[in-house]
Design a protein around this ligand. Structure first.
Ligand code: ADP
Ligand code: MG
Length: 288
């Protein structure tokens, strides 16, 4: 499946799906639903190499605002690599070469004048393993707003911290111990703290790389409920190895295989009636 012929085949198949099946074209512009599904990010012909090894092949994807896009596919197929392209996190990995176009609100995020640090305030990331700073709960959330100059006063900053923790569904559990270390929280609480930290700088896009894979089912359910709320005002892209999770939380699902985006569509369609046989095989558990 890795020879050149397959590369061509994947591209030819993936592109029409992207053009034809977008929510934006499926709905009249003036409907409230259409307004909720404005194009937020686009990826065009994204290729990426780690040294000599190519990890992404001509990936094309439209990502819509105020909705959840799930990236699924077998381990090693390039999901995390692609996610990291969306906030230029691959820039910091030595030996990485990127080719292609990625836009945020129509602007090229790889343009020379774009500051990756500023970009990452607009496009936040939550990782697989909760990674709070070894600092207080308060400081974990206050850090971003402080370095980005979002608070004019101490009261301002406190307000942002409380608001972010509340949005992340954690405030009630930690309000009496904001000065205690973030690393002392349970795994699920740590992950919600990382979400609070990510949303404290008011990002437009939230990238989540298997955010629940280290969590128990109850903590997972809390994060999923949170995503449901956050997507009312945010664009969310989640990598998940759980097809059940993709089905529960996302409106659109993209299936990756061997570094190629095989198929993207409405989530229900991907799981019930996919176009590509490789998607079919994966969602029915024939490989992965
Ligand atoms: P997924 O998230 O779908 O499991 P990844 O994006 O992590 O896949 O990996 C895609 C491919 O790129 C794999 O073959 C992986 O080994 C390789 N890869 C990922 N990160 C690096 C890296 N930092 N250096 C070299 N190769 C990498
Ligand atoms: Mg991964």
């Amino acid at each position: 499946m890795v020879e050149g012929g397959d590369v061509m085949e994947a591209n030819v198949e993936a592109r029409p799906v992207i053009r034809v099946q977008t929510a934006a074209t499926a709905e009249p512009k003036e409907s409230p639903e259409a307004a909720q599904h404005e194009l937020k990010m686009t990826a065009r012909n994204v290729n990426l190499w780690y040294g000599e090894k190519q990890a992404l092949f001509d990936v094309n994807l439209d990502i819509f605002d105020r909705s959840v896009t799930a990236l699924i596919g077998p381990s090693g197929c390039g999901k995390s690599t692609f996610l990291r392209c969306l906030d230029r996190m691959n820039d910091v990995i030595e030996g990485v070469r990127f080719k292609g176009d990625i836009t945020l609100d129509g602007q090229d995020i790889y343009a020379p004048q774009v500051d990756p640090v500023q970009l990452r305030a607009r496009v936040g990331m939550v990782f697989q393993k909760p990674n709070p700073f070894p600092k207080s709960i308060f400081e974990n959330v206050a850090y971003g707003p402080r370095i980005h100059g979002l608070a004019k006063s101490k009261t301002d900053l406190e307000e942002i911290v409380v608001k972010s923790l509340t949005k992340a569904g954690l405030y009630e559990e930690v309000k009496d111990r904001l000065q205690e270390s973030g690393t002392g929280l349970s795994g699920g609480q740590q992950q919600r703290l990382c979400i609070a930290r990510a949303i404290s700088v008011d990002p437009e896009v939230l990238l989540m790389d298997e955010p629940c894979s280290a969590l128990d089912p109850i903590a997972t359910a809390r994060i999923e409920a949170l995503m449901e709320e956050l997507k009312e005002s945010l664009c969310i892209v989640i990598v998940t190895h759980s097809m059940q999770q993709a089905a529960r939380v996302s409106q659109r699902t993209a299936f990756f295989h061997l570094g190629k985006l095989v198929e993207v569509d409405e989530t229900a369609k991907i799981f019930t009636n996919p176009t590509d046989v490789r998607t079919q095989d994966y969602v029915t558990g024939r490989f992965g």
